[in-house]
Design a protein. Structure first.
Length: 150
C-alpha cells in the first residue's frame, strides 16, 4: 500500500462569517470558532434557511478578530476568505480549523458581467466595487494565529 507524504490538507474558501465565539475553561482548555453560513443545498429536507458551518480556530485568533471589529475594520456578518486545515472530526467527518482569515476582496474576475457598465467598462456600485475604489488586501486585514503561544 502506498502512503501519502502530505502531513496536512489545507483548503481556502470564501464564506459569510456570521460571528466568532471563544471559550476558556482553564489555561490548557481554550479555543474559538467561526460560524459560517451558506444557502441551503436543498439535499436535507430538515434544514430551512441557511446552513451553518462551524470552523474551529486558535484562541488567540479570536482576540485579533475582536480588535479588528472594535477598530471598525470588520463588521459581522462579513464575507471572508478563510484558509483552513482539514482534519478528521467526530463520526469520520471533516473538521476545519482556520489558520488564517481576512476580509474577502473580490478579484476583478469575481465581478459578474451585470455589475460592469457596458459603455464605460467601470464596475457599478454594490458588490465587488471595492476593487474599483482601489482597495487591496493588506496585512492589517489578515488575521493569523500568534505562534508565540505554541
Amino acid at each position: 500500500m502506498q502512503t501519502n507524504d502530505l502531513e496536512t490538507i489545507t483548503t481556502t474558501f470564501v464564506g459569510q462569517v456570521e460571528s466568532a465565539t471563544k471559550y476558556e475553561i482553564d489555561a490548557d482548555n481554550k479555543g474559538a470558532s467561526l460560524w459560517v453560513t451558506k444557502p441551503t443545498s436543498g439535499r436535507n429536507p430538515n434544514v430551512i434557511g441557511r446552513e451553518i458551518i462551524k470552523v474551529r480556530m486558535p484562541h488567540d485568533m479570536f482576540a485579533k478578530l475582536k480588535a479588528d471589529h472594535d477598530a471598525g475594520d470588520i463588521q459581522f456578518p462579513c464575507l471572508m476568505e478563510i484558509q483552513a486545515e482539514v482534519d478528521m472530526g467526530g463520526g469520520n467527518r471533516a473538521a476545519l480549523t482556520a489558520i488564517s482569515i481576512r476580509k474577502h476582496i473580490p478579484e476583478p474576475l469575481d465581478i459578474s458581467a451585470g455589475k460592469i457598465d457596458k459603455t464605460t467598462g467601470e464596475i457599478l456600485p454594490g458588490t465587488g466595487a471595492a476593487m474599483a475604489d482601489g482597495l487591496k488586501p493588506d496585512a492589517k486585514t489578515d488575521t493569523k494565529p500568534d505562534n508565540k503561544s505554541k
